[in-house]
Write a protein that binds this ligand. Sequence first.
Ligand code: SF4
Length: 359
Amino acid sequence: MAGLYIHVPFCRKKCPYCDFYSVGYREELAEEYAKAVIRNIHYYNEEYDTVYFGGGTPILMARHILQILAECEIKSGAEITVECNPLEMDEETLKILHECGVNRLSVGVQSANDCELKALGRSHTFEQARLAILMADSIGFSDISADLMIAVPNQTAETLKRSVKSLAELPITHVSAYLLKIEPNTVFGKNPPENLPSEDETAELYLSAVSLLENAGFKQYEISNFAKAKFQSRHNLKYWRREEYLGIGAAAHSFYKGRRFAVKRDIREFISSEHQLEIVTDENPNELEERIMLGLRLCEGIPETLWRKVENFLPLIPKNYYKIENGRLSLTPNGFLVSNEIIATLLSHLEGKNAARNE
Ligand code: SF4
């Protein structure tokens, strides 16, 4: 069964590192946007077992989320996630979400250190994020994920340790720990912040985050994702296990009915179209390549039927970057740090082999 991703492209203000598609929030615009989302839900007419509202800041549209979910065919027991900014998590809004069936929150905490939050241009303090998570817990949300950012300006092994410790004291089930990436079309891309950790320091910080989170009971299951037992994100697993998901909204991506397509980063066009315009990015994706590329992001790795296709090339990859256990090949945390290079190497070998076969 497919998952549903709804992109909500509204934020109160743009964070200087962020290149996700978003515009300033206006209630009239949000209303029109929700109507267009509902038109598309009827158009595709699917049943879903996961729903994910990402953004942007979807919690800004809590009232509309209620209307949107009422129009969706959702399998009983589905995972329904909403991304939240701590400043928008007031009691009334959280109650609306809880009552309309949202059962998972993903909160943009980023750090427990207010100097780091400031350097990231975040408008909240850690205390505000902490209180917001406690309130969500008291309202009845039992599956809460927190985002943590690694390689933030001025971050040290010590401040990272304190952030993980502070997160672990909260009633959360999941942590997404992302490396800060300086994207060209962002404020940071144009004016890089000072005191960014070096490449070696970044690697150290990542490896230390992996072991700190594991010691705190959050088991790594993907390059950037860690969860307590049974709390892995079912929706996000669909991406890496190459299962179908439909993306609705400006800038949403889909892997649906065998094709990969995207929607233009243009809220006006999305609102004014009867149905969203699918820009096909891959009409006929290569299943073998994609299963290797996506599967190696996961700690469960790939099965023998897949890695045997590239095994001749494995001796060229340092031994501490991968392991083969119970017939599955997976990358180690050291390997995850250079996963793009490893995957590119394995796939180019595959391409070489295919080319040779075609000659
Ligand atoms: S990081 Fe989140 S809140 Fe900040 S601009 Fe990006 S989507 Fe909006």
